[in-house]
Design a protein around this ligand. Structure first.
Ligand code: FRU
Length: 480
């Protein structure tokens, strides 16, 4: 189908065919990044979940691998994480080869239709050959449901000071922390969040890890939420604070969003990457994920993002920025200095765009700015900054096919958090998505779109004729 090719991302991971949702089990091992994902190989809508699998050496080019985990008598294979059991705490390792262990939710559809409330349980599977073949643990499930309908998406990490594993689990309207010496026996440690954060929907897909800020370690708790996101539907919130091996204590109760746009969800980070924390999200939204107009496959992942921390006033915030590895795709940049953005046709300098690109711009002041991508049939996508409301925005109301769901045609906004007097924006543009990273990655938005023809023109507009110190444009080569 030609429109499938038109909307096929060229610099983002996507399954060759059929349905994909959350990234799962992301782990770095022996120089390879593993990406597992919620996958239904029989249809382009959600169904009995498997773990699909792909691998990469550079976070950019991905190799499809055989399906890693299939549903079994305990149920579908829902979201979860993977660790490398270096100390062989599980005994799954053999002859010095540590096991790659997946910790996932078994979702029993029979229990669900029988109206029970204990049909989600946590289980293990392990691989001794770099994720190619898997053995499910005979003692599954390892963490039984105590009677909480939504009890899922275990993210496990090794907590060195306590010499134990910590599981961060989404339990309906809060996070429950568990600990274990061997990934098999789990003890409840504490709960967090019933009274804090955004609660417009169910808490899902959490993550817990440390980020360094000026030599100090800060704990990050990511909690995905569906629905109830700042622009409707699914979104990723986070908390910063302390974790002592038992309980998480937030520095503040302010609700913070890792990505304000409509199309980043279920995002979590890679395990086993040391101090570097790399985040990846599913580039869709449950509000319309199953009806977006692609026929052979559904959905893509965001670009991988490096996470950091910035302090603004007295508060800390997460920053996310596209991983520098993406530059392996970049063609020779077009660099422009001192341009007036009043009414500036970038295409005059770059030629027709016709494919993925990256734009980085800097202004010495803040001011209204819009960047419009368009095609010759009058469809357009506008991204920019509105000074009066102090908001970044992505407007996809006239972006192409929008009628498949009533909320899709919208102008979405993200507050500018930075208080700096200058402004910077990085855009990662693909055939059917845009990701905006502003002010060093403190305001981030992701949105998908489905134009009837590829966007080939880029125009800047600014009512105040904002001067840009620099603008760098790079075409990105396809990863396929
Ligand atoms: C999040 C989610 C998870 C669940 C998975 C099922 O998008 O609902 O909570 O494990 O998708 O596919």
């Amino acid at each position: 189908d030609p429109t499938d090719d038109l909307h096929r991302p060229l610099v983002h991971f996507t399954p060759r065919e059929k349905w994909m949702n959350d990234p799962n089990g992301m782990v770095f091992h022996n120089g390879t990044y593993h990406l597992f994902y919620q996958y239904y190989p029989d249809s382009t809508v959600w169904g009995p979940m498997h773990w699909g699998h792909a691998t990469s050496k550079d976070l950019v080019h991905w190799q499809h691998q055989p399906i890693a985990l299939y549903p079994d008598s305990l149920g579908y294979i829902f979201s979860g994480s993977a660790v490398i059991d270096e100390k062989n705490t599980t005994g799954f390792g053999r002859n010095g080869t540590p096991a790659m262990v997946a910790i996932f939710t078994h979702h029993d559809p029979k229990g669900e239709s029988a109206g029970r409330n204990d049909y989600q349980n946590q289980s293990l599977a392990y691989s001794l050959d770099e994720g190619k073949t898997w053995t499910k643990y005979a003692g599954n499930p390892v963490l039984k449901n105590p009677g909480i309908k939504d009890f899922r998406d275990p993210k496990v990490m090794w907590y060195e000071p306590g010499n134990k594993w910590i599981m961060t689990l989404a339990t309906l309207d809060r996070i429950t922390f568990y600990s274990s010496p061997d990934l098999k026996q789990w003890k409840k440690e504490s709960e967090f969040g019933k009274e804090v954060g955004a609660h417009g929907g169910v808490w899902e897909c959490p993550d817990l890890f440390q980020l360094n800020y000026n030599g100090k370690n800060i704990w990050v708790l990511i909690v995905n939420l569906n629905p109830g996101g700042p622009n409707g539907g699914s979104a990723t919130q986070y908390f910063l604070g302390d974790f002592d091996g038992k309980a998480f204590k937030p520095f503040s109760t302010e609700t913070k969003w890792l990505d304000y746009g409509p199309d980043e969800y279920a995002g979590v980070t890679w395990s086993n990457t040391g101090k570097r924390k790399i985040f990846l999200g599913w580039m869709s939204n449950w509000q319309y994920a199953t009806v977006v107009p692609t026929l052979r496959w559904r959905s893509a992942m965001t670009v991988p993002r490096d996470l950091g921390i910035q302090k603004i006033g007295e508060s800390y915030y997460i920053t996310s920025n596209p991983v520098p590895e993406l530059n392996v795709l970049a063609e020779k940049p077009v660099v422009l200095n001192n341009i007036q953005a009043g009414n500036f046709d970038l295409t005059e300098k770059t030629g027709l765009v016709n494919g993925p690109s990256m734009i980085q711009l800097k202004a010495a002041q803040i001011g209204d700015l819009s960047i419009e991508l368009s095609n010759e049939i009058g469809q357009k996508l506008i991204v920019g900054f509105d000074q009066q409301s102090n908001m970044y925005f992505i407007d996809r109301r006239e972006s192409g096919k929008v009628e498949f769901e009533k909320g899709f045609a919208a102008r979405h906004t993200a507050p500018r958090l930075s208080t700096k007097q200058d402004m910077d924006m990085t855009l990662v543009i693909d055939n059917a998505s845009i990701e905006l990273f502003a002010d060093g990655g403190t305001s981030v938005m992701t949105a998908i779109y489905f134009p009837g023809n590829i966007y080939s023109r880029i125009k800047l507009q600014s009512p105040g004729n904002l001067r840009l110190e620099s603008l760098e444009f790079k075409r990105l080569r396809s990863i396929y």
